[in-house]
Write a protein that binds this ligand. Structure first.
Ligand code: UGA
Length: 431
């Protein structure tokens, strides 16, 4: 069975190496020549735990190509993992998806099974089927939905040990074909129709986003009424109906998925004249939460003009170098507009940040360097290096130590008598 995966981004590349490890014949194709050249040399074009090692081990068995004939000519199965970015109005842009389908239709003369892994609006697989039927012999191309649930930082583990594999197909034979891709995976399968499969992906991501916005609002209320959100979260999560995960309060969710997928589902509902109120609120809460640290800092400073501020962590979460929709960017932009001098540090994405935003901040090579001489420190990403930093370090290196921790990396208790004023999310400030 020859499987071609279109799109060498997170989903495509990780799926490719994991399926190769399970013994499948994999061809990975992308329009980006640089990515493919790197992959041909078994170099990882993205930052992901364990990916370099996997490429080193299985890259030699795989074909990497930008040439459509080579990619699709012999394919029995094509898995589409191309990006579906959001447009200004929140709807998903399916340009890359249809371009890839066009290439498949032109170069796979014998027909094949087309498996949609990209996150797409409900009803897209039906449209893709029409697309193929309009251009080729009807029924030559079968279309199935198989959404992806990997998270950055744990992508390989998530793919090798999925909590579930969702298959959306219009008949049993096609569902069976998709299931065979995952021979050797120990996972629950949910086989359903294509529209339900497409909806499971959005409903899952949006539910997790909603859980985060919910705990962030509870955290904000905890600050007002004098409760401790960490204990509230723990107490809630012990109820198995609620669960511990995605109840960590912070500076709002970021990345390439939750922000895009909440907007896309909200847009889709509106398109069908339905208002998805829970998701609308989730998005609104997140927008405010993303600048929560800026607002907190404002309580301590009338003006930021000339104030030196250390920002620890830039990536939208630890374990990735991804800056997309990272709350740090918005906060830094607001502080810079008000004349603050920002010393930013991130162990994975510092250089990328410096290239993308050369005028916003001084990018430091170490956490210590960022803290040196700062009056205020904002913690935006919970990297291990930040978590293991001792209160004395802030006291020693900073000029007037005020730490505002957007990820609750420490207990307020650890700062008592340290000479550092410590503020966090959903807990009382301490000195
Ligand atoms: C997310 C989902 O977790 C994956 O299942 C899904 O496959 C993926 O989107 C996708 O659609 O491709 P990812 O965006 O990599 O994965 O990141 P998460 O680990 O889910 O975190 C998303 C954001 O939520 C981060 O900014 C993180 O800091 C924030 N978060 C997460 C919280 O603020 N609190 C929490 O308790 C958990």
């Amino acid at each position: 069975m020859n499987i071609t995966i279109a799109g060498a981004g997170y989903v495509g590349l990780i799926t490719a190496v994991c399926l190769s490890r399970k013994g499948q014949n994999i061809t990975l194709t992308d329009i980006d020549e640089n990515k493919i050249t790197m992959l041909q040399k078994q170099e990882a074009p993205i930052f992901e735990n364990g990916l370099s090692e996997m490429l080193h081990e299985y890259g030699g068995k795989m074909i990497f190509t930008t040439v459509p004939e080579q990619a699709y000519g012999r394919a029995d199965i094509v898995m589409l993992a191309v990006p579906t970015p959001d447009r200004r109005d929140g709807s998903a842009n399916l340009k890359y998806l249809y371009e890839a389908c066009g290439q498949v239709a032109s170069h796979c003369a014998k027909g094949c099974l087309v498996v949609v892994k990209s996150t797409v609006p409900v009803g897209t697989c039906d449209k893709i089927e029409h697309f193929f039927n309009d251009r080729t012999l009807s029924g030559l191309f079968r279309v199935a939905s198989n959404p992806e649930f990997l998270a950055q930082g744990t992508a390989i583990q998530d793919t090798l040990h999925p909590a579930r594999i969702i298959i959306g197909a219009e008949n049993e034979a096609v569902a069976q074909e998709v299931q065979e891709i995952y021979n050797g995976f120990n996972s629950d399968f949910v086989v359903t129709d294509r529209r339900s499969a497409e909806m499971i992906k959005y409903a899952s991501n949006d539910f997790l986003a909603m859980k985060i916005s919910y705990i962030n609002e509870i955290a904000n209320l905890c600050e007002i009424v004098g409760a401790d959100v960490e204990t509230v979260s723990l107490g809630m999560g012990l109820d198995p109906r609620i669960g511990q995960q995605y109840l960590r309060p912070g500076t709002g969710y970021g990345g390439s998925c939750f922000p895009k997928d909440t907007k896309a589902l909200h847009w889709l509902a509106r398109f069908h004249d339905y208002e998805l109120k829970t998701i609308k609120a989730t998005i609104e809460v997140n927008e405010t939460q993303k600048i929560r640290l800026f607002k907190k800092a404002k309580k301590y400073y009338k003006s930021f003009k000339g104030v030196t501020i250390a920002v620890l962590g830039l990536a939208f979460k630890p374990g990735t170098d991804d800056l997309r929709e990272a709350p740090s960017i918005e906060v830094i932009q607001l502080l810079a507009e008000e004349g603050a001098v920002i010393r930013a540090w991130d162990p994975a994405t510092g250089n990328r940040f410096a290239k993308q935003y050369p005028d916003l901040a001084i990018t430091c090579q170490s956490l210590d360097e960022a803290l040196c001489g700062a009056e205020l420190c904002l913690i935006m990403t919970e990297w291990d290096e930040v978590r293991s930093c001792k209160p004395e370090k802030f006291a020693d290196l900073m000029k007037a130590p005020l730490v505002i921790d957007g990820r609750n990396c420490y207990t307020p208790h650890s700062f008592v008598n340290s000479g550092v004023l410590y503020d966090s999310i959903g807990r009382k400030a301490v000195k």
